[in-house]
Design a protein around this ligand. Structure first.
Ligand code: SF4
Length: 279
C-alpha cells in the first residue's frame, strides 16, 4: 500500500475513535479495506448532502476548492486526507494556469482525483487517448499535467503527440505522476517479462490496478485481475511454471498474503507447486 493511502486510512481510523465520521467517496478503491472501515463504525457516502455526522473526511484523491466549500457550507467539519502528491499536482495545475497556459490533464474523466484537479478551472481539457489529443483545439500555450496514477510512459507519449500535432504551440509538461506509481509500474514490467502468468490484485474500480493490468499485458499474454484469493481459478495456471504477483497501491498486505498463499498451493499439470514471484 502506498504511503498516501496508508496515511488516509490511519487518519480515518484515528478520527473514528474520537466520534462519528463519514468518509466522502471511496477512501480507497478496495472493497476489503472499505468493509474494514465500515466495521469500525465509519460511514461512507458519495454525496455531502447525505452525510449525517458532523465530521466528514475527504479521501487521498483530494477535492476541488469548490467541492470543499460546498461541503463546508452544509455546516460540516471537513478533514482532509488528501495525499501530499495529489496536492503537488493541484499546485502544478494552478501554476500552469497562472502562467497563461491552457490546462490539459492526462487522466480519466469523471475519476474523483481528476474532478478535484479540474473543477476549479474555468476551462480545461481532459485527455486519455491519442484520439483525445488529436481532437484538441489549437491553443498558443498548452500546460500539461497528469492524474497521479497514470503510467508515465503513456503520459510522455501523449505529450509528444501533442507537440507533434501542434508544432506552432508552446507545450509545457509538468510530471505529476507519483513516485509509488512509477516504481510499481517499472517493477510490474520487469516481473511480467519473466513470468508465464501475472496476477494483479486490486479493487475493481482502482485506476492504478487497471493500469498495472494494462502494463503487464504488454509484456505477458496471460494477466488476471483479482480482488481477493477467492477470485483465483486453477485453470489460469495450466502449463505455467512461474507466476508473477503484483498489486495496486490500495491493496492491503493481508489480501496480498492470502493470494500468495493460495497460489503456492495450486497444483498445475506438473506435480511441483507453482513458483511465485512477488513485486
Ligand atoms: S497512488 Fe500516489 S498520489 Fe495516490 S495516494 Fe498513493 S502516493 Fe498518493
Amino acid at each position: 500500500m502506498c504511503f498516501g493511502v496508508r496515511d488516509a486510512i490511519a487518519l480515518a481510523s484515528k478520527h473514528a475513535e474520537a466520534g462519528p465520521l463519514t468518509v466522502l467517496g471511496d477512501l480507497v478503491h478496495n472493497e476489503t479495506v472499505l468493509a474494514d472501515l465500515r466495521a469500525r463504525g465509519i460511514t461512507i457516502e458519495q454525496e455531502p448532502t447525505k452525510v449525517t455526522t458532523q465530521a466528514v473526511l475527504v479521501t487521498a484523491h483530494g477535492a476541488s476548492e469548490r467541492a470543499l466549500g460546498n461541503t463546508r457550507a452544509l455546516g460540516l467539519h471537513v478533514l482532509e486526507a488528501t495525499c501530499p502528491l495529489v496536492h503537488v499536482a493541484h499546485r502544478a495545475v494552478k501554476k500552469l494556469v497562472a502562467d497563461g497556459y491552457h490546462p490539459v490533464i492526462i487522466g480519466k474523466r469523471g475519476h474523483v482525483e481528476v474532478r478535484g484537479l479540474t473543477e476549479d478551472l474555468a476551462d480545461c481539457d481532459i485527455v486519455l487517448s491519442e484520439i483525445d489529443v488529436l481532437e484538441l483545439k489549437e491553443r498558443p500555450r498548452f500546460g500539461v499535467a497528469a492524474q497521479t496514477t497514470q503510467p508515465i510512459e503513456k503520459v510522455r507519449a501523449l505529450v509528444e503527440l501533442l507537440r507533434a500535432r501542434f508544432p506552432q504551440s508552446e507545450v509545457r509538461f509538468v510530471d505529476t505522476v507519483c513516485q509509488p506509481t512509477k516504481q510499481r509500474q517499472n517493477a510490474a514490467i520487469e516481473l511480467a517479462q519473466q513470468c508465464d502468468v501475472v496476477v494483479v490484485i486490486g479493487g475493481a474500480h482502482s485506476n492504478n490496478t487497471h493500469e498495472l493490468v494494462n502494463t503487464c499485458g504488454r509484456y505477458c499474454p496471460r494477466v488476471h485481475h483479482v480482488q481477493t484469493a477467492a477470485d483465483l481459478r486453477n485453470e489460469w495456471f495450466a502449463d505455467s511454471d512461474t507466476v508473477g504477483l503484483t498489486a495496486g497501491t490500495s491493496t492491503p498486505d493481508h489480501v496480498i498474503a492470502a493470494v500468495e498463499a493460495r497460489l503456492r498451493c495450486i497444483e498445475v499439470t506438473e506435480p511441483t507447486p507453482l513458483r511465485t514471484q512477488v513485486q
